[in-house]
Design a protein around this ligand. Structure first.
Ligand SMILES: *[C@@H]1O[C@H](CO)[C@@H](O)[C@H](O)[C@H]1NC(C)=O
Ligand SMILES: *[C@@H]1O[C@H](CO)[C@@H](O)[C@H](O)[C@H]1NC(C)=O
Ligand SMILES: *[C@@H]1O[C@H](CO)[C@@H](O)[C@H](O)[C@H]1NC(C)=O
Ligand SMILES: *[C@@H]1O[C@H](CO)[C@@H](O)[C@H](O)[C@H]1NC(C)=O
Ligand SMILES: *[C@@H]1O[C@H](CO)[C@@H](O)[C@H](O)[C@H]1NC(C)=O
Length: 497
């Protein structure tokens, strides 16, 4: 008998095992957490009170982590500020901070808790990961003591950082990221001196991590994707929704599509702060998401993702964002143009007066072309095509180029651009494109009730954002949200100096 034949099953088995080790897919979880907030106070509380509050939040997170692990999830992301909340001064957050070491030290806090001094929060997170054999991603506060030998040491003798941590399935600290683009009013924290591009490898792909406001800027978010080639971005956030373009589910899913990566976005949940919207986003659309302005509950999402979305056959083609728009003549105008304000930015609008047609609107160097057909033109609803090309200066400065088809809150044209959450008009067809000067474009489609439209639209290689079929729900907005990073003013680190 030939030995090779006898060996064949064993060889096949070994191959299968190897393939399973380097998985094609994995199960991801995100938990939207209704954070239990500390009492608003200027005075620092005793460390034991701070830990008690953080343990109450970690009790809730532990339930979600256990549930996710039982359902087979490999990794779970929890939100920014999810353990200690907000409303802090620099002094009052201090009792909540721990020294988070560089992951290069090779540390499992669960089995060696006091190696770097007291670290009860890291110990508990590490044990939750280890006990449940799941990667755990959380957001905590890091403190680093400094003295006058460091000329930029703050006068209270310490740096304080908004920090993401990742523990692997053995409980080992594998990533530490200090938030680079702090949001306005985050005065309890320091800016890190340099942006950190933090990545780590797993059997289910290469991961990168950043937080909240970071997603609007080049460093480190775009660097992680274009230079470090991560497959999946971990995104703890405390995101306040702003219609029509910057609701959490809408913008975060659009970033995943525009950048061609998976994004695991875990938001905090607080309806009075407009904080809701978490999701598991693939480049082709949301695999799972939640948006809940009705109750104050947390919510666990679990979904399967490709470990290497760029290698997937379903992966969208490389897009030349302005090639269609530059190739066509300006469509005829169908009426007068007017200015409307969105999030403090002056857009040029034109009304879609007919049930269908071809319309162009321009602002500065940006011309936006729309071909469309409404399922029915209603008298009680107004839609406009809008263009904006300029520096956004409200709550942060960043250069935008935006083409948008959107519903106005009323038939009064002066309301166009103001937030609206419901609509009645479905579209049989839309095709939106623009003469963009940047290649960083994030495609958004938002339906009535602030719902996403996964699988119902796509971007063609020539840059047209088109629907695949009559929209299954009425349309709030269809948008190409462009970021032109080179035109941003000097970066945040200089502002902090
Ligand atoms: C982890 O498991 C150990 C031993 O079973 C237990 O003592 C500990 O409380 C668990 N910790 C967490 C955070 O689950
Ligand atoms: C939501 O946040 C606000 C502002 O910080 C706070 O006053 C309120 O108590 C929070 N709501 C809940 C349900 O925790
Ligand atoms: C819009 O343009 C397309 C081709 O560019 C043309 O086929 C179509 O008839 C036009 N629609 C209207 C309503 O003008
Ligand atoms: C139209 O809307 C604007 C802005 O909301 C408002 O100031 C104006 O009074 C409205 N006009 C009418 C006729 O309702
Ligand atoms: C488009 O929608 C129609 C009506 O809802 C449906 O019958 C058809 O199967 C859909 N086509 C595709 C390709 O989804």
């Amino acid at each position: 008998m030939l030995p090779s034949q006898a060996l064949l099953p064993a060889v096949l088995f070994a191959l299968a095992a190897l393939r399973a080790l380097a998985s094609d897919t994995f199960l991801a979880a995100v938990y939207e957490h209704a954070v239990i907030l500390p009492h608003a106070t200027q005075e620092p509380v005793p460390a034991s009170d701070a830990l008690a509050l953080m343990n109450r939040n970690m009790d809730v997170l532990e339930g979600a982590i256990k549930e996710a692990a039982q359902q087979g999830a490999h990794i779970i992301v929890t939100p920014e500020d999810g353990i200690y909340g907000w409303r802090f001064t620099r002094e009052s957050i201090y009792p909540y901070l721990e020294d988070v070491p560089d992951p290069a030290v090779n540390w499992i806090p669960c089995t060696d808790p006091s190696r770097f001094g007291p670290a009860p929060v890291q110990e508990r997170l590490s044990c939750m990961a280890r006990n449940n054999s799941i990667y755990v991603v959380a957001n905590i506060g890091d403190k680093k003591l400094c003295d006058s030998s460091d000329p930029s040491c703050p006068k209270d003798g310490r740096y304080q950082y908004n920090t993401d941590v990742v523990f692997d399935a053995q409980g080992k600290l594998v990533a530490r990221y200090h938030k680079y683009n702090l949001f306005l009013g985050e005065n309890q924290f320091n800016y890190p001196k340099e942006p950190e591009a933090v990545t780590f490898e797993t059997p289910f792909g290469k991961f990168g991590i950043f937080t909240c406001f970071d997603i609007l800027f080049y460093e480190p978010a775009v660097v992680l994707v274009s230079k470090m080639q991560v497959d999946t971005v971990l995104f703890p956030t405390a995101w306040m929704n702003v219609l029509p373009f910057l609701t959490a589910i809408e913008f975060h899913s659009a970033w995943a599509m525009g950048m061609g990566v998976n994004v695991l976005a875990a938001n905090t949940h607080n309806t009075s702060m407009e904080m809701t919207g978490s999701g598991i986003y693939a480049p082709t659309g949301a695999r799972a998401y939640s948006y809940n302005m009705k109750t104050e509950d947390g919510h666990l999402l679990i979904a399967e993702l490709d470990a290497h979305p760029r290698l997937s056959p379903a992966s969208p083609p490389a897009v030349s964002w302005n090639s269609y728009a530059l190739s066509v003549e300006r469509f005829s105008q169908n009426g007068h143009e007017f200015t409307g304000i969105i999030f403090e930015d002056p857009f040029t609008f034109t009304e879609l007066t007919k049930p269908g047609g071809n319309v162009t609107v321009c602002q500065k160097d940006l011309c936006c072309h729309l071909s469309y057909k409404m399922a029915e033109k209603r008298d009680d609803e107004v839609y406009v095509l809008g263009a904006f090309d300029g520096l956004h200066v409200f709550e942060g400065q960043y250069y935008l180029q935006i083409c948008t088809l959107l519903k106005c809150p009323s038939t009064n044209l002066s309301t166009c651009g103001q937030p609206v959450e419901t609509a009645q008009t479905k579209f049989d067809m839309f095709s939106l494109s623009g003469t963009f000067g940047t290649s960083y474009i994030f495609p958004e489609v938002l339906y009535s009730g602030v719902q996403l439209a996964p699988g119902e639209f796509e971007v063609l290689a020539d840059g047209r954002l088109i629907n695949r079929n009559t929209t299954s729900k009425p349309v709030l907005s269809v948008t190409l949200f462009g970021r032109w990073y080179e035109k941003d003013p000097p970066s945040m680190d200089q502002a902090s100096a």
